[in-house]
Design a protein around this ligand. Structure first.
Ligand code: HEC
Length: 132
């Protein structure tokens, strides 16, 4: 069957659109840090991120479920289920889906600290967890 040029042109446009879409869907620690920076945060500070991770509030802390050493797996404090390591160097899948990261920050900051984390705090934590 002989294809008309317009058909081939439409197909290549579609292929290009799909490719662009896939590239945009792949988030990273860096792309999330850029987005958080644009929400008015100061430069991010890995040390502050580590301190937030270990800070105890009413006997709760991030490291309770996630492990104080982010290269190691954690254990969910209530269910006992294993949680894969949080650092990007130990677990390259971390921070590759901004919607997922945002969902867990909201849930875990509320549970652990009794409030949502600010853009500054989220960026400090991601900066710490994505150090080479
Ligand atoms: C009660 C247990 C628990 C506590 C406490 C907890 N988390 Fe989590 N967290 C989880 C679970 C379960 C997941 C989802 C499983 C996974 O991503 O491996 C998760 C996932 C995340 C993610 C998603 C990472 C990604 O891949 O994008 C972030 C970010 C996160 N937690 C941050 C925090 C921070 C910050 C704190 C402290 C303020 C905290 N968590 C405290 C259980 C906990």
């Amino acid at each position: 069957m002989k294809r008309r040029p317009i058909f081939l042109f439409a197909m290549s446009l579609l292929a290009a659109a799909l490719t662009v879409n896939q590239v945009q869907a792949a988030d990273s620690a860096e792309s999330q840090l850029q987005a958080l920076q644009q929400q008015g945060a100061r430069p991010f500070d890995a040390q502050a991120g580590q301190e937030l991770w270990q800070q105890q509030v009413n006997g709760r802390s991030c490291s309770q479920c996630h492990n104080a050493d982010p290269d190691q797996p954690g254990t969910h404090q209530r269910t006992g289920k294993a949680i894969p390591p949080m650092s990007v160097r130990a677990n390259p899948k971390r921070f590759t889906d901004a919607a997922n990261t945002e969902k867990w920050f909201r849930r875990n900051c509320r549970w652990t600290l009794g409030r949502e984390c600010s853009a500054q705090e989220k960026g400090d934590v991601i900066r710490w967890l994505s150090q080479p």
